[in-house]
Write a protein that binds this ligand. Sequence first.
Ligand SMILES: C[S@@+](CC[C@H](N)C(=O)[O-])C[C@H]1O[C@@H](n2cnc3c(N)ncnc32)[C@H](O)[C@@H]1O
Length: 337
Amino acid sequence: MGNCVSNSKFQLENNALSYNTDNGKSTKFRRDCKAYLFNKKECLEFDSTSGKKNKMKKAKSKEVFRVIEGRKYHNFQDVHYFLPCDNEEIDRLTNEHFLIKCLWGRNFFSPIENLLLQGNIRILDVGCGSGTWMLEMATTFPSSFYGIDVSAIYPDTIKPQNTNFINTNILRGLPFSDSKFDYIHHRFLLHSIPDRPFKRLVLPELLRVTGFGGFLEFVEADIECINAGPLLQNLASEYAQFLGSKGITLKPIDIGDLLVKTGSIKNIRHLQHIIPMGKRAGTLGNLAAENQCRIWKSLQSVLAPFMNYTKEEYGKMVDTIFTTEINEYESCILMHR
Ligand SMILES: C[S@@+](CC[C@H](N)C(=O)[O-])C[C@H]1O[C@@H](n2cnc3c(N)ncnc32)[C@H](O)[C@@H]1O
């Protein structure tokens, strides 16, 4: 036997990596793939090409997480995700999932319903977060669901049997064999991936693991709002500049062109949905505003210093936007899929 490292899920044997699912099945990965194991003390990268066990690039502190003003954030230098990964964020993501489902009227638009019902397809949710979309889908349909996220904020043990969650960074490639999936769901991840790796690595990886005749579905929202008042306009513009400073400039509207350029995707459809925020849109409008307000407040740790605001000034501005300004200007969010 060659080198063999393992924890409960991953095994590296003779330089071939496999992942053991909860129901005792084992999935073999490509020989040149990498997997990442996290625990509170360390985060290890297993490279099946070299058989080496490396430490993943963490920020100076040795912790996988860092806490800023009571909120928990990931602590990886090479991950450009600025929202927290704590219980409060899990709660927000869960609420947001049901809000989005309600607004769009369904969980997916690709024509996969019959295949899902037959139960013989495999679905990947990239950047699955709290996993709520997957949990709902896996409870409704008997197919096999896989979710990946760099922060393990999805359920670990109490979950449907047809779900598998993997803790990994998409910027290091996908730990799956070619053509493994029939449908890929990618929601609210675009603004966490710099343009270069999105074009050169993430998109090619998504295409590699999508089987012939499979579907890729992106769900994203514009940073800039429709009918934004001056405060919201300024906040969104500062955020876009902040992301730009990290090499993140792609907009949801760019995805279609990028897919066309790959030359391997056909039948591209683009749907848009305008979501009004605030009182005039009743309960859903209030929930949409509350969700946005929570997102902007969670971004305070990076945006207040970027805008040269104190945390009090920043908090007051966000409160003014979401209690007064959005109602005055009738602001809306533009979503794409
Ligand atoms: C805004 S959340 C959306 C979660 C989920 N897709 C949803 O719609 O509820 C984005 C998720 O992407 C994950 N993420 C960000 N960068 C990532 C990366 N490089 N690799 C894997 N996951 C990443 C974050 O940890 C977070 O859970």
